[in-house]
Design a protein around this ligand. Structure first.
Ligand code: 4AD
Ligand code: MG
Length: 468
């Protein structure tokens, strides 16, 4: 049987029952004959206070306890036994009147990097293998875990099937070319010997890559099982060194047959509201911390989003709004431009005062698979933008017409053979269908208020960064 977690211990009645606490020491304070040790095990935000009365132990015990306590420092792992009693201190219902302590692993003060003081997020990124022991990263990890599970709860309750799409792929799902190549060829040797590269001799007999999206494969299952979703790692070799881009991130991609852009927008809104409601309910302790120390008012912001209706606006109308305020932007907006983060910020914060769904983008700036509108200039795309962060979700209704889709692919200079299996979905039993992708780290950023995406994934991968 596993020994109880602090989360479980603090929920017990404080009837002087014996408890055993395992965890890592956060702080130690001495006051007369009393030693207060705050122990945290990461099971919940708060640790548990263990109080030692050094004068009350038997003579021999007192010596060994005093020795153990004096050697004790922040970061040490301990086993503490005592009685669970009501706590007179504010902010905690119970505490442990401790009678024994075993130091399992010391954490020498001279070298342990996480001393009691506040550390910068930049510093903590350099010691990512230890940062989960801080309040901030423990809270991020718990929120991340709860939301990952919540994603499955949402889709399963809406009868979506969970599909595992491949991580290694030979095709570019976004047609944007930002892919990492996967090869077993000895490139260094080939270059040194002057041998020409022949990917026919590579592991897969052709060039292969890490996937940028599971969408295309998800479409093949949606046109068989009606509602599906993926949730897996995706990779982008974009050289974007920003606070919202990673080279490796997790994406959730629902895909629905017999669905339009309107259905897609409604699902995205319901999905986000479900996740915000869940995190407010199940991660209240962690959110209270983010609200107090990371992003003031984040809990009320989430609640107000839950209570709101997302604004819908066409790209054309959005650009018109931006052009009216052109003077405020470094990048002058014009019809046909990709929306910059300053534009997204303006639309959410100034125009809508909350989340906005921008639809019907120019076809030139969106992916080849999106359904062409009757104007033949715009596509049935949607981006869900949120204040502070900008794009959290990108999706579309898919082009279900074979001729139009083929035209889009050849327009990119890509041979149709590359996508023949994808085109089969339009050859045989084609249906209107739609879906979207949500970057999981963007979601975590939004609900926690963490400013840098590298702080919401345990081991961030970005340009020039693949430590641990
Ligand atoms: O807008 P994107 O590129 O859309 C797709 O990949 C589609 N195949 C999705 C679909 O329709 N099934 O990416 C979707 C989302 C973005 O809105 C953003 O939240 C996130 O993925 N994202 C990133 N997150 C972190 N780092 C990056 N480099 C990201 N690129 C996209
Ligand atoms: Mg996008």
């Amino acid at each position: 049987m596993l020994s109880p977690l602090i989360k479980e211990i603090v929920a017990l009645p404080a009837t002087s029952q014996d408890v055993t606490v395992h965890g890592w020491v956060r702080t130690k304070r001495e006051l007369k004959n009393l030693t207060f040790v705050e122990v945290n095990d990461g099971s919940c935000f708060d640790g548990i206070q263990c109080i030692f009365d050094r004068s009350r132990a038997g003579a021999g015990d007192a010596d060994s306890m005093a020795a153990d306590l004096s050697a004790l420092s922040t970061g040490a792992s301990v086993e503490i036994r005592g009685c669970l009693v009501p706590s007179p201190a504010s902010g905690q219902a119970v505490e442990v009147a401790a009678y024994s302590i075993t130091v399992i692993g010391e954490a020498p003060v001279e070298t342990y990097p996480l001393q009691k003081k506040r550390h910068s997020l930049e510093f903590l990124r350099e010691i990512a293998h230890l940062r989960a022991r801080t309040n901030t990263f423990g809270a991020v990890a718990r929120v991340r875990s709860r939301l990952a599970c919540g994603v499955h709860e949402f889709f399963q309750s809406h009868h979506f099937q969970y599909i595992h799409t491949p991580i290694i792929t030979a095709n570019d799902a976004e047609g944007a070319g930002a892919m990492f190549q996967v090869t077993t060829l000895d490139l260094g040797n080939l270059a040194a010997s002057g041998t020409a590269l022949d990917f026919g001799k590579d592991f897969f007999g052709k060039r292969a890559y890490l996937t940028v999206s599971g969408q295309l494969e998800a479409e093949t299952y949606a046109t068989a099982l009606s509602r599906v979703y993926t949730f897996g790692p995706t990779f982008r070799a974009e050289n974007s060194n920003t606070t919202r881009h990673l080279a490796e991130f997790w994406m959730i991609e629902p895909e629905m047959a017999f669905a339009t852009l309107e259905d897609n927008m409604a699902l995205a809104e319901e999905f986000l509201k479900f996740l915000f409601t869940l995190v407010l309910k199940d991660c209240a302790g962690d959110l209270a911390f983010f609200d107090a120390h990371i992003e003031k008012g984040i809990t009320s912001t989430l609640q107000s989003v839950i209570d709101s209706h997302f604004t819908h606006i066409t790209y054309t109308d959005a650009v018109a709004e931006l052009e009216k305020n052109a003077a405020t932007f470094a990048f002058k907006p014009f019809w046909g431009c990709d929306l910059q983060s300053e534009h997204e910020k303006f639309l959410t914060e100034k125009v809508a005062g909350g989340p906005v769904i921008v639809i019907d983008y120019p076809k030139e700036i969106k992916a080849f698979y999106m359904k062409l509108n009757d104007d033949e200039k715009t596509v049935r795309a949607m981006d869900v933008l949120v204040p502070r962060l900008g794009e959290i979700i990108g999706g579309s209704q898919r082009e279900e017409n074979l001729t139009k889709l083929a035209k889009g692919i050849t327009g990119l200079g890509i041979p149709l053979e590359n996508y023949s299996w994808y085109l089969d979905l339009r050859r045989y039993g084609t249906v209107p269908h739609a879906g979207f992708g949500m970057g999981f780290e963007r979601l975590i950023q939004y609900v926690t208020g963490m400013a840098n995406i590298r702080d919401v994934i345990p081991y961030p991968r970005a340009v020039g960064q693949a430590e641990f």
